[in-house]
Design a protein around this ligand. Structure first.
Ligand code: 13P
Length: 251
């Protein structure tokens, strides 16, 4: 089963509207008609509309970095899934470790978001990953399995097929300390086995599992050479057009 590699950029809390449009324009010029590779960028929500306009007619997908799992209502500061659809988002990053740690998002809350995104026709990019103390305590597999079981609970097989998973070990995010390809592959294989148990072999074979954590032009090829690594979720290096383009064009 071949899985189309996906390279996604999570811009986090960076870029004004003008800066975001400039970066999107540079990416569009270089990557807008790429075959055999999918590209997604997730600018901050203030820039989504303008970036969507910039990406019109290109094959680059637009994603949001978060959403609230209700249709509308008194949720000051939050953004509903239909609002993301209305500005042209097709994807949404959910359960990022920064949301889990800084904003105390629980497994259950993230599960609600995953279900709601699917119901609104947004593709969830579901992030999972252990912290350094959890890895040192040899509980990484247990933690990632718990996060996944919670987020995927109750999904039908056809819903599971629409999800993209991103394994992001927290100790590798923004630290320059990438997981070795071996460490990443081991966890990706574990995640795929869990998908087999929860759904089926064909579903596990089709779901893409991205790696995230200090991905750079220098390490992308070695990561992508691993059997179960189907792409990357890139933070810091997605903020510079040259770096992100090189990552997408890895050989
Ligand atoms: P860095 O690539 O900056 O380590 O960030 C990874 C990340 O959190 C992507 O979601």
């Amino acid at each position: 089963m071949s899985r189309i590699p996906m390279i996604a950029g999570n811009w986090k809390m960076h870029k004004t509207v003008a800066e975001a449009v400039r970066l999107a324009a540079a990416l569009r010029g270089a990557l807008g008609n790429l075959a055999g590779r999918e590209v997604m960028i997730a600018p901050p929500c203030t820039a989504l509309s303008e970036v969507a306009r910039e990406l019109t007619g290109s094959s680059i997908h637009l994603g949001a970095q978060n959403m609230y799992p209700e249709d509308s209502g008194a949720f000051t500061g939050e953004i509903a899934p239909a609002m993301l659809r209305s500005v042209g988002c097709s994807h949404v990053i959910l359960g990022h470790s920064e949301r889990r740690q800084i904003f105390n998002e629980s497994d259950d809350f993230i599960a609600r978001k995953v279900a709601k995104a699917l119901a609104t026709d947004l593709t969830p990019v579901l992030c999972v990953g252990e912290t350094l103390p959890e890895r040192e305590a040899e509980t990484a597999v247990e933690v990632v399995s718990r996060q996944l079981r919670a987020a995927l609970k109750g999904l039908t097989k056809s819903e599971a097929l629409r999800i993209i998973i991103a394994y992001e070990p927290v100790w590798a995010i923004g630290t320059g300390r990438t997981a070795t390809p071996d460490i990443a592959q081991e966890m990706h294989a574990t995640i795929r086995r869990l998908l087999q148990d929860l759904f089926s072999d064909p579903i596990a074979a089709q779901v893409r599992i991205l790696y995230g954590g200090s991905v750079k032009p220098e390490n992308i090829s070695a990561l992508m050479a691993e059997t179960d690594i189907d792409g990357a979720l890139v933070g810091g290096a997605s903020l510079k057009a040259e770096d992100f383009i090189q990552i997408v064009e890895y050989t």
